[in-house]
Design a protein around this ligand. Structure first.
Ligand code: 89Y
Length: 346
């Protein structure tokens, strides 16, 4: 079978891991790599044997035969490159999370692709982490009964700005960067929220945005869900680069953690059973991020299956817009100090 031809835009910190994840999938060939600084694209192209390098995205769209694109550039350029791909006639477009740097642009992006008949996929990978797939499987098995309350946490003091210095400059940091993941996991495991209340804080005075957020949600089934995220936490069990959770159900409870132990524990009247999820090693992945980088293979496979007509992509633009809604409703709640009814947030 002929391989599908992929063009990647962006050669920054995350591209190397996303390209690494694509390199594990035999149905894909990366034919071209764009980056505004050509030398960075050249270095990454050498590492992954990518044939063509560009510092002009329009030239790449004009010259290459491309089946799909993966946009892994800075968030404020996502819309521009999605629009360029659509205008170049590309029908399968993957864009890195967070979709856009504001709510209006995210909606515009989904609309632009819908109007052009192009499929938009958002690379929102945390829900694809192996321990979280196992948590979902256990919840769906019914062993803990109907969940009545849950907590999803990301608490870390990892020096995240060393690898991604631009995160320091974001006017909105923790909810766009980590809230994308944490709130998407909440939707993946428990469905949609109806109301939310949020409080944000900036603990680290050297950054522009907020680094702590707490979001209280009421879910459509009435269940309360507490989500918290922080890069200012000095805790015994640092959670980088995954989440910890506790779900209470009518017949038992389910926990993921502590920290990055990748241990999933089920407690019922019979006692507690714990299993440890093993994450394979890849030489292109950073060990500090291993569970996160490995999940890239699974989300890429799921998107590729959709592109090949073999299934449905979980992370469509339309679906991810609901996660983006939670992010911006949270900022609105924090700004106004008010509970937000999500039906009214559009
Ligand atoms: O940008 C973030 C992501 O997507 O996963 C972890 C991260 O690199 C820093 O918060």
């Amino acid at each position: 079978m002929e391989k599908l031809k992929l063009a990647v835009l962006g050669a920054g910190f995350w591209s190397q891991f996303q390209i690494g994840a694509w390199s594990e999938i035999p149905d894909v060939e990366i034919v071209a790599l764009y980056n505004r600084t050509r030398s960075k694209a050249e270095a990454l192209a050498r590492k992954f044997q990518i044939g063509h390098v560009y510092d002009d995205a329009a030239a790449m769209f004009n010259s290459e035969k491309i089946d799909f694109v993966d946009i892994i550039t800075d968030v404020d350029t996502h819309y521009k490159f999605v629009e360029m791909a659509v205008d170049a006639g590309i029908k399968e477009i993957i864009c890195q999370k967070p979709m856009a740097s504001d709510w209006e642009t995210a909606k515009k992006m989904v609309e632009k692709c819908r109007d052009a008949g192009a499929s938009l996929y958002i690379h929102e990978n945390f829900r694809w982490q192996a321990p979280l797939r196992r948590v979902k499987e256990i919840l769906d098995s019914g062993i803990i009964g109907n969940p009545f309350k849950a907590r999803v946490s990301f608490l870390s003091g990892f020096p995240v700005f060393d690898n991604q210095p631009f995160l320091r400059e974001l006017p909105h940091f923790i909810l766009t960067d980590m809230g994308s993941h944490v709130l998407d996991i909440c939707r993946f495991l428990f469905g949609e929220a109806t109301k939310l209340w949020c409080q944000c804080k900036t603990v680290n005075r050297e950054i522009r945005g907020e680094d702590v957020a707490v979001v209280m949600m009421e879910m459509a089934n009435g269940m309360p869900l507490y989500a918290e995220m922080s890069y200012a936490s000095i805790v015994e069990h640092d959670m980088f680069s995954t989440v910890n959770l506790l779900v209470e159900g009518e017949k038992g409870s389910l926990a993921l953690g502590p920290g990055r132990s990748f241990a999933v524990s089920v407690t019922t009247a019979e006692g507690t059973r714990t299993e440890k999820i093993e994450i394979p090693y890849y030489d292109w992945a950073d060990p500090d991020y291993i569970v996160n980088h490995e999940s890239g293979i699974h989300i890429n496979r799921n998107i590729l299956d959709a592109i090949m007509g073999k299934g449905r992509a979980e992370n469509s633009g339309e679906d991810n817009l609901e996660t983006v809604r939670l992010i911006w409703a949270s900022y609105e709640s924090a700004r106004r100090g008010k509970l937000i009814d999500l039906k009214e947030f559009d």
